[in-house]
Design a protein around this ligand. Sequence first.
Ligand code: CP3
Length: 348
Amino acid sequence: MHSAVHKPMLATVLGQRQATPPMWIMRQAGRYLPEYRQTRTQAKDFLELCYTPELAVEVTMQPLRRFDLDAAILFSDILVVPDALGQTVRFQVGEGPVLEALDEKGIDALEPSRAMGHLAPVLDTVRRLRAALPPEKTLIGFCGAPWTVATYMLGGRGSPDQWVARKFALEHPAAFDKLMDILVTTSIDYLAAQLEAGADVVQLFESWALNLDDTSFARNVMEPNRRIVEGLRQRIPNAPIIGFPRGAAGNLRRYAESTGVNVLGVDFATPLEFVRSSLPPDIAVQGNLDPLRLVVGGEAMESQARAILSAFSDRPHIFNLGHGIVPETPIAHVERLVDLVKSWEARA
Ligand code: CP3
């Protein structure tokens, strides 16, 4: 964290605008890369891939060998935390994650005291990555934000409307608060350990910051994220943090102001003009190309990439997609996008 080498991505996180914005790609290690699919066959399942440092380091490095990206993101998943707390988590091919959904008794049965021991291999991966990465590359650690992780823990799988978790939070407020407390505390320990092991910055993935009224957004999203930022900075002063509240829309500004994150990740449905006019000018923004434009390529991709670069050229900006890259993405389109961003120079 205190190296003298210039890391364009870390500098931007800390508020220094760069003429050419640094870039990385959410989910940059993954199935669109043939070498990922190859390494994936060496683990018996997806969680084993996450818990085998040798393999996790390999897949983390793969996108950086192909593309001139400014950051590597630790290869893991947000659902290693429920797994570490003792909940049954499975990744079914073609189906996504499936968990044994928690009820009130299940929350009482979680075992926070075993979580960090269980996550030790992930921290080993972070240490190996720090040693393997060139010093100018930023290493990003992460976890799921408590509400997003809770939607999977309570619902048992992904859902378009998070119905099960939203209903549980309203019907069983005490049990829900207990679950959120466990996730806040575990996330602080986990992110502090990632920063101590060599991560330069950490990202909170709040993928389901949508479908919530004012009161629930404050309780489920803002307050737990704020507590993590505060708790982490008590342990590690000035810890650099990216918050990505996907779908927060009109709540983006109050999320930024209440949590104190350094960088606000914006999803692709957020209007560029809204970001320009509504967010504090000193906060760095990260985003926000629609991953579908990267699948299609050509003008559909290039014109919007330029619109984003120019809309955010007067503030600290980290170029990224507005959600994760998808398996259908042609590698040639990623190469073209990286060229386009790297040859951009803002007139200051
Ligand atoms: O390269 C990176 O960005 C690092 C690795 C990473 C993965 N998942 C690997 C992964 C990160 C940062 C995540 C975050 C994650 N995981 C989120 C938040 C971001 C988002 O996309 O909203 C969520 C909600 C999850 C939970 C999850 N994991 C789902 C819903 C799925 C299934 C959908 C899918 O893409 O397959 C996963 C599996 C997963 N996580 C894969 C990868 C590479 C695919 C697994 C495989 O190889 O079969």
